[in-house]
Write a protein that binds this ligand. Structure first.
Ligand SMILES: C[S@@+](CC[C@H](N)C(=O)[O-])C[C@H]1O[C@@H](n2cnc3c(N)ncnc32)[C@H](O)[C@@H]1O
Length: 366
């Protein structure tokens, strides 16, 4: 299972030592403390995030966390290049965002953010000794690798358009280049868990993908979708209508729509699972703060992750949808991003993105 990110570990160490000047607290006390932290975060994420003092912002310099950087194992012929960024070559143009190392670092940061938000959980579906797991659009493979560690007796397969996954992986984890929206070559009922995360910016036909997944899940098996809803929200009126980050997200949505991708499809996920035949469908919606404005230290760190994920990704996220979809010039994109960067660093705006977790089960009699 994923370890808590360094900032969280540091916070836990600091708070533990202030309670016990002679050393670490006993293991049980520590786990009670960690549970309390996770409970506070889970509660705030599902209700209202308490804002802290704006002057506490540690600044962008402290955000670079590259401990998750991965190596690439594929040759240069597998890639396409444009505007100085690297893209996938297999089914070229299908996914509008880069796959280079800075993008991979960002994806791994997103993983740390989501796992922290979820109190260390890799999924919410109530799995019972899963044996065959597939991770659709696995990216750097970080979730699949963690799942391989958590379920050593399971086989975990990660598929992606890009061969960017590391080679040093647990023996029960495999990666394959494949297009999830093409027919799956695996036998029917092959998997007992299908995991899909952060794919709203790519999938064109969700009902078809979910039906395909349904056919390849064995009776009683589970599917889980975890997606950010890219619409900024605010509970305390500090976000104004002309907030540039919100405009940025709107343009990304419009640019992707030109290619038949609905960036906000996430809001229909639970119903789409039911429509595909899944039962026992549950949905949880969390708030992910954008920036360091929350009072709670773990929430603050999660907000720092989200801000870094967006700040570091602005150019890579914008280039495809803005230049190819909306026909902006690369220069216009860069000019627009100046204002977005400034807005992102404004700690007086207490905005957040909803994060949806939806899961369902294939009926045992089917
Ligand atoms: C935003 S990343 C998410 C990565 C990973 N799911 C995670 O949460 O860490 C999206 C990934 O999906 C892959 N992808 C997009 N469309 C795909 C498709 N049709 N089939 C397979 N992979 C796809 C991209 O190449 C990219 O690596």
């Amino acid at each position: 299972m994923a370890e808590p990110p360094p900032a969280l570990q540091a916070e836990q160490r600091q708070q533990s030592s202030s309670r016990s000047p002679t050393g670490s607290p006993p293991a049980t006390e520590q786990s009670n403390f960690q549970q309390t932290q996770a409970e506070i975060v889970a509660h705030q994420a599902e209700t209202i995030i308490e804002a802290g003092d704006d002057s506490e912002d540690p600044g962008y310099e402290t955000e670079a966390d590259s401990r998750f950087s991965t190596s690439i194992s594929s040759s240069v012929r597998d890639y396409a290049f444009e505007h100085g960024r690297r893209y996938h070559k297999f089914r070229e143009g299908r996914y509008k965002f880069p796959n280079d190392e800075s993008e991979q670092e960002r994806e791994d940061m997103k993983h740390a953010m989501v796992v922290s938000l979820c109190g260390g959980k890799l999924h919410y579906a109530p799995l019972n000794n899963p044996q065959n797991i597939i991770d659709i659009g696995t990216g750097t493979g970080i979730w699949a690798i963690d799942a391989g560690d958590e379920y050593p007796s399971a086989q975990v397969l990660g598929i992606d358009l890009s061969p960017i996954q590391p080679t040093w992986i647990p023996p029960n984890v495999k990666f394959m280049v494949d297009d999830a929206e093409s027919p799956w070559l695996h036998p029917p009922n092959a998997f007992d868990f299908v995991h899909i995360r952060h794919m709203n910016s790519s999938i064109k036909n969700w009902p078809k993908l979910l039906t395909t997944a349904y056919n390849h899940i064995q009776p009683g098996g589970w599917i889980e979708l975890q997606e950010l809803q890219f619409v900024l929200k605010c509970d305390d009126g500090t976000m104004k209508d002309d907030y540039d980050v919100e405009k940025f997200l709107r343009f990304v949505k419009e640019g992707l729509a030109v290619f038949g991708v609905d960036l906000l499809a996430v809001t229909g996920n639970a119903q789409r699972l039911r429509d595909a035949g899944f039962v026992n469908v549950e949905e949880k919606v969390f708030k992910i703060p954008l920036g360091t404005w929350p009072k709670n230290k773990t929430m603050k760190m999660i907000g720092l992750y989200l801000r870094s994920v967006i700040y570091d990704g602005l150019q890579g996220i914008a280039l495809g949808p803005f230049t190819k979809g909306l026909k902006w010039s690369p220069e216009d994109v860069e000019l627009f991003l100046v204002g977005v960067r400034k807005s992102l660093m404004d700690a007086s705006v207490h905005s957040f993105l909803p994060f949806h977790v939806a899961y369902g089960q294939k009926p045992t009699e089917s």
